[in-house]
Design a protein around this ligand. Structure first.
Ligand SMILES: Cc1ncc(COP(=O)(O)O)c(C=O)c1O
Length: 426
């Protein structure tokens, strides 16, 4: 049953930011994947990343169905930098989609999880010879050429034929944080202007590298569809190919004030543009990352200290060690106490982390219902890029990942130990 607790002036509830099917039970406990979050916190400790596997799988299915129904000759590839967790790769393989990897580490995890190599796309603006050798050896489906050094290295590594795409700069700057805008002229990713033609003609003359098409990715957390239309139109100008990889970038709903396009609207935009500008027989690839995983994940923290004043602070046992989205991109989040959703009258706090930086502020101004030491705080929509960039700042032990669904839970990554922190010392 959905609760009205935590409703804002627009009538939206913070519950709407938790994975589909989440609810508040008769005792005011937030329930995700059929489990009370306070009980998960008790079992696994805090901080902890929780992924609702049912919600994750249904999000994958939404992308897959939207694409295949509009453009059957297509493949959705999960941009795995958003959640490079072996169990996550295994879900993608099981759901029948492909995976994009940036570098040898993500490739290793994808292969370990059982992703079909022919469905792996390898990226990177600085792929080392070692990483390219791993990719060639694994017989990955596509390697995306970012620069002429990629071509030189691959020419010396490949003995039979390796399919490749060329990453181009479409010259599109979507409205997003500058750190995650990648499609504009001057971007460090891909080739621009006459370099594209030079790379294409070199590849067309190669007897080892087979040029299948072109790739673009204009950025991340994009909340409008227009830049994607513009980018597909720009991509078409690079010529006719068998494959066009349109990248990812669709924004997620982090707060109740966010209204990103639906998955269907994003796919419709791309396919409408493809119908207008690209060859009808072409194969289309898309690489959603953030939107595929963000909304099925959340982070649990425990309140360590409450300091009342102006402003009032609630300090938790995690922070920028497990969520760098805030300090890197000013990404806004929301939060609630896991067994007391805020009411209209709840006072506002700054939710801060435990790390030694003033920038370690998870949320500036969040309504919390009577927080006290020991309360469990749940921050929704942390499924993308948080696990990815978790770190050991201040000797933090990186949190576990717990998959849940249908009333069951299982750890898929354990919490680091203090011993782990010493393990690499020589
Ligand atoms: C090449 C490429 N494809 C796809 C993505 C995924 O973007 P998003 O997570 O915004 O969907 C990225 C993210 O940086 C990327 O670099």
């Amino acid at each position: 049953m959905r609760s009205e607790a935590g409703s804002d002036a627009d009538g939206g509830s913070i519950l709407d930011l938790f994975p589909r099917g989440s609810s508040v039970d008769s005792e005011g406990e937030l329930v995700v994947g059929g489990l009370r979050l306070t009980e998960l916190a008790e079992t696994y400790g805090t901080p902890a990343y929780v992924v609702d596997e049912t919600a994750l799988r249904s999000q994958v299915a939404e992308f897959r169905t939207a694409m295949s129904s509009r453009w059957p000759n297509s493949l959705v590839c999960f941009a795995s930098k958003a959640f490079p967790c072996t169990a996550g790769y295994a879900v993608m393989a099981d759901e029948g989609i492909g995976v994009d990897v940036a570098g040898g580490g993500e490739l290793t995890m994808a292969l370990r999880a059982g992703v079909d190599p022919s469905r792996i796309v390898v990226h990177g603006n600085a792929k080392t010879t070692e990483e390219l050798a791993l990719a060639v050896q694994a017989k990955v489906g596509l390697i995306v050429i970012d620069n002429f050094d990629d071509i030189d290295r691959l020419e010396s590594l490949v003995h039979s034929e390796q399919p490749v795409l060329v990453r181009v700069v479409p010259g599109v700057r979507p409205d997003t944080h500058e750190a995650i805008a990648t499609g504009q002229h001057g971007s460090k990713f891909g080739l621009d202007g006459p370099d594209v033609d030079r790379a294409i003609s070199r590849l067309r003359n190669s007897d080892r590298l087979r040029l299948d098409g072109v790739h673009m990715h204009i950025g991340s957390q994009i909340m409008a569809t227009e830049p994607f239309t513009e980018a597909v139109r720009a991509l078409a100008e690079f010529g006719e190919f068998d494959v066009y990889d349109l990248g990812g970038g669709l924004g997620a709903r982090y707060t109740r004030a966010d209204h990103p396009p639906s998955v269907r609207a994003w796919v419709d935009t791309l396919v409408d543009a493809a119908e207008q500008y690209l060859p009808a027989r072409a194969r289309l690839l898309v690489e959603p990352g953030r939107r595929l995983v963000a909304e099925s994940g959340l982070t649990l923290y425990r309140v360590v200290s409450v300091k009342r004043g102006t402003p009032s602070f609630v300090a938790v046992d995690g922070g920028m060690g497990d969520n760098l989205e805030v300090s890197l991109y000013d990404q806004p989040f929301e939060a609630t106490i896991a067994n007391r959703l805020p009411t209209r009258d709840s006072p506002v706090f700054d939710l801060v982390g435990r790390h030694c930086e003033s920038g370690d502020r998870l949320i500036q101004g969040v309504a919390l219902s009577d927080p006290v030491v020991g309360d469990i705080i749940a921050v929704p929509v942390t499924g993308a890029y948080c696990f990815t960039m978790s770190n050991n700042y201040n000797g933090a032990r990186r949190p576990p990942v717990v998959f849940c669904g249908d009333g069951r839970h299982r750890p898929v990554v354990r919490r680091e130990t203090y011993e782990d922190l010493l393990r690499r010392d020589i």
